[in-house]
Design a binder for this molecule. Sequence first.
Ligand code: FES
Length: 349
Amino acid sequence: MSQDTPPEEKLPSEQTHGPLARGEEDPFADPGLPPHLPRIQDIDERAAKRSERTVALLFVISMLATIAFIASYVAFPIDKIVYIFPFGHVSILNFALGITLGIALFCIGAGAVHWARTLMSDREVPDDRHAIESPPEVRAKVMQDFSEGVAESGFGRRKLIRNTLFGAMALVPLSGVMLLRDLGPLPEKKLRATMWAKGKQLINMNTKQPLRPEDVAVGSLTFAMPDGLKETDEDFQEQIAKAALMIVRIQPDEIKDKRELDWSHQGIVAYSKICTHVGCPISLYEQQTHHVLCPCHQSTFDLSDGAKVIFGPAGHPLPQLRIGVNGQGNLEALGDFDQPVGPAFWERG
Ligand code: FES
């Protein structure tokens, strides 16, 4: 701070105060550090050993959890849904991967914290403020303190902790390596067909009731799934990921694509909800322009013109489902999608 700085702009710690009157207590007196109290581990070698074993146990649990992660990945099928209280119906694979990876990471953190709190030095050392740039002798002191810290932590001496920590740290990355297996194999023909077929009614995904033309207002966006598919079905996730449908109603004279008009019912059009870029679910509809936007990378499709891509990285229009009305007045499919849903770049050449 410069010499010209007015006293009132100085930081409280920099302010000076006049000499104290006789018998007056200095309100800014440095209280100093409280006396250091040794921990039980500092004075009892058996307590220190117990802490050491606790830390090692946490690292061993981490290793076992990582092995369980890998075993879960191999053992559980990706589409197996089970009921687990209080989460409801969940994928057993995702649940097992989340739990085991969480335990593996938590135990490494908990072991490190317990090690630091019970076995590493807990002496408080005041460090006076200094210029931001450290002079060479300070840097040398830092290196010396670091070396002393390493020695005090017992990293070299406590081989059990050190080795189990290395083991846990070495195994955790295997979780990520295992997930690389999800890059393949290619689905080939598996995405070519969905549950939609001639006569399948469109079920409103919110109300779980068959959709009727009068339920679909102009400007609204409705999501539908095929009749017969239930959330408790074992293959629900696999089926809905292919068959999820977007329903919108457009004034027939605003539909520019002739085939789209033929495949609609009184302006009600049904398109796949799965983005043709990399498969995110599309959910944003702009009723004035009839554009739908994929939230993942902003691909935009024009639902009044054959769901053509007008912006973004998607390479293909959304597949359309031909629809009509059955004898009960409910909307029904008149076949499957006109092309494979989702990215499908491996099939199109
Ligand atoms: S997944 Fe839709 S834009 Fe990328």
